[in-house]
Every structure is written in C-alpha cells, then in structure tokens.
Design a protein around this ligand. Structure first.
Ligand code: FAD
Ligand code: SF4
Length: 363
C-alpha cells in the first residue's frame, strides 16, 4: 500500500473542508473501508489523502415529509436491512442487502459506500492486465478475455464491466434519490442518473463530483409495493458471491388483482443497475399472468448482446425476470428468499439464523 495522509472528520463541513485541504493527488472519503481498503491493497486505488467520515453522523433512518424514508449514507447495511420501517415498507431493500456480502461485511459497509463500490471485473483488480477503467486508454482485457461475469446490456467497446451492488438494484427499482453535499451546497440526484454507462469514459462510474459527499438516500412512498416485492439473486454459489444476474421486482395490484404499478430492475447485466421502465409500463393494466411476465422479460432483455462466454446470461436473465415477477405476485410472506429462510414474513427477524448472524457483535 502507498503512503497517504489521513484526517478524521467530526461534521459534514469538516469532511468537505478536509477533502479540499487534502493537498495534490486523488482524495477519497473512507466509510466502512470494505471496498476502498481492498482496492488500495491491490494498488488499484492510490489516494494521496483519506478523510474518515465515520464520525460525522448521517447514520439516521427516518421518515420524510413526503411519506418516504431517508436512509443515512453512514447507516450500516446491516442496520438498514433490519430497521423496522425498512422491513415493513421496503422489504425489497432488506432482501437486496441481505443477499449481498457476509454478515461481517454488512456490519461495516455503509449505504453511501455501497453505491460507490467498484466493479468486480477481475482484470480491473489485476494491475498486470490492461483495463480502461483503471488506466484510461490501456484497452479492455475482458472483451477478448474471460467475460462470464460481464455485461449484456449497455456495454461499450471500451468496457463491458457490470455494477456489483445488490442494494442498488432495489434502489433503482424503487426510484430512490441520492442526496449529496459539497462546498457549493446540496444536490439531489435521481437514482437512474447516479450511475453511468461506460461509453468512452469507463473510468467514471457515477455522476458524483470528486468533491461531493453522499449524505443520504431517499426512498419515495412505497405505495402498494411493500406486499408484492422480491429480490432474486442468481449466482455461482448460494452465499457470499456477486450476482450473475439479479432481479428486483415489485407489483402494486388493484382490488381486482390487475397490475396498477410495476417496478423492475436487473443487476449483474450492465455497468449500472438496469431499470426497465418499458417493461414496467407494459405490465400496467395487465393481469399478472405468466404470459404477461414473459412479455415483460422479453422487453427487459431487448437489445441484450453477449460477449463470448456470457451468452448464458441472456436466457438466464429472461427466466429470472419471469420467476421474480411470479415471486412478487405470490407476496412477500410467501417469499422465503435465500436459503429458504422466511426473512420477511411480517414477523420480527429474531429467531432466524441470518438475523442472529447480523445482530451478533462482530469483531
Ligand atoms: C468479500 C466481499 C463480498 C461482497 N459481496 C457483495 C455482494 O454480494 N453484494 C453487494 O452489493 N456488495 C458486496 N460487497 C461490497 C460491499 O457491499 C461494499 O464494499 C460496501 O457496501 C462498501 O461500503 P463501505 O462503507 O465499506 O465503502 P468504502 O470502502 O469505505 O468506500 C467505497 C467508496 O465509496 C466512497 N464513499 C464512501 N462513502 C461515501 C460517501 N458518503 N460520500 C462519498 N463517497 C463515499 C469512498 O471514497 C470509496 O471510493 C462485498 C464486499 C466484499 C469485500
Ligand atoms: S471490462 Fe471494464 S473493468 Fe473490465 S477490463 Fe474491461 S475496461 Fe477494465
């Protein structure tokens, strides 16, 4: 690891000032450190200055006046997943978080850091191979290389990496808004505008400025989606693996059982969480039948392109969309989720093995 300066901030203003005063070279905030420290150890990230934001507050989860919920950027992923209001009104968010990483990592990882975690493309982590995201202009090793994990939608000739977050797929589906602060003031970024497609600048994952701090993530009112939502994650092994394909699906059903509203986003398929408004719109007004779900999957995957050994992802994503919509229709109580555990059956988590793992003190 290379030398860097370190400052610990006590307030948001301190953090912004400390970053501005960090001297020449790249400067980064550090929250849980679960991604940034790994990247620094691998010599992929080389910040000259780190500003620790763990003591600035911003860890609150509270209702908004608009009827939604504000998730503090420094709230830990584990605390967010088990927060009573998140579980009750946004079970999709809980499910997505619990599908990711491990209990220890979720206890450290923050909501803000989760949005800014970097791709898991193995070439990006291997400084011995060309990678446009790490060193613009070097070339992309994945395009002619191993691309099993890589994008089938929205890729460019410069980068075919995927975004690795589970939480972000749920936030994209729900239409969250990212709150950010800088010396210039506050800015609100709609979630679909937060992450970028690679284009010819794959080094830029997001539209966040280098001097901007994420302060919170705002969830809009949950409408009728809480009762009919699911996060389906398909991966190489049952836990502790990034998604090959994931789907966040939510349905708002009217009194007659027809679809009043639909939310659909895919993970593991693109450089950003891939929300599909066209598929959502096609479901509105329809009966929630297998045929309607098949049509939605067709729309969601329109334009998908494989690169070598990731061709399997296209039919896999299609089946995952159909299955996730079916699970959402069955309703949250019937959705036993990963490992067959009844995470969100409307009962407190206490008593499920995963909850115990998440609430245990971790070193
Ligand atoms: C082994 C392993 C497995 C994992 N599996 C999964 C998985 O299956 N699914 C999944 O979704 N994630 C997974 N993760 C990723 C994990 O969720 C992220 O590493 C974590 O969410 C990052 O949060 P952090 O607080 O630790 O961020 P940090 O590592 O502290 O920071 C990450 C980046 O965000 C920036 N940053 C952090 N907070 C802010 C802020 N408030 N404002 C501006 N910039 C900020 C930092 O400067 C840095 O660039 C895994 C991680 C590991 C190590
Ligand atoms: S896919 Fe993107 S991250 Fe991976 S090697 Fe190519 S440029 Fe780098």
């Amino acid at each position: 690891m290379r030398a860097f300066t370190f400052a610990s901030a006590r307030t948001v203003e301190d953090a912004l000032d400390a970053l501005a005063d960090g001297g020449p070279g790249p400067k980064r905030f550090i929250a849980g450190g679960t991604n940034l420290i790994d990247l620094m150890k691998e010599d992929v990230a080389r910040p000259a200055a780190l500003v620790d934001i763990n003591r600035v507050g911003l860890d609150e989860i509270r209702p908004t006046e608009a009827g939604g919920l504000l998730l503090g950027a420094l709230a830990r992923n584990a605390a967010t997943a088990r927060h009573p209001e998140v579980r009750r009104r946004y079970p999709l968010v809980s499910a997505a978080i619990l599908a990711g990483a491990s209990p220890q990592i979720r206890n450290m990882a923050t909501n803000g850091g989760n949005l800014l975690q970097r791709t898991r493309c193995h070439y990006f982590y291997d400084v011995g191979t060309p990678c446009n995201k790490r060193e613009p202009g070097e070339g992309c090793s994945a395009i002619e290389g191993l691309a099993r994990q890589h994008a089938i939608l929205g890729a460019s000739e410069h980068c075919i990496a995927t975004h690795p977050s589970d939480l972000c797929v749920a936030l994209a589906a729900l239409g969250a808004v990212v709150h950010v602060r800088s010396a210039a003031g506050q800015r609100l970024i709609p979630f679909e505008q937060f992450h970028r497609l690679p284009g010819d600048e794959p080094q830029r994952d997001t539209t966040l400025g280098e001097d901007e701090l994420i302060t919170a993530i705002e969830l809009p009112p949950s409408d009728g989606y809480a009762a009919h939502s699911t996060y389906l994650k398909v991966r190489e092994r049952a836990s502790y693996a990034f998604a090959l394909v994931s789907v966040a699906a939510a349905l708002d059903l009217d009194e007659d059982g027809a679809v009043r509203g639909a939310r659909l986003a895919l993970g593991g398929v693109a450089h950003k969480p891939w929300r599909v408004p066209e598929a959502e719109e096609a479901l509105v007004g329809a009966r929630p039948t297998p045929a309607a779900f098949e049509a939605a999957a067709e729309t969601a995957l329109a334009g998908a392109q494989s690169r070598g050994d990731n061709a399997f992802k296209i039919p896999l994503a299609h089946r995952a969309v159909v299955r996730a919509l079916g699970m959402a229709l069955d309703g949250v109580p019937a959705n036993t989720g990963l490992l067959g555990l009844p995470f969100f059956a409307g009962e407190p988590f206490e008593g499920t093995p995963l909850d115990r793992m998440d609430t245990e003190e971790q070193p």
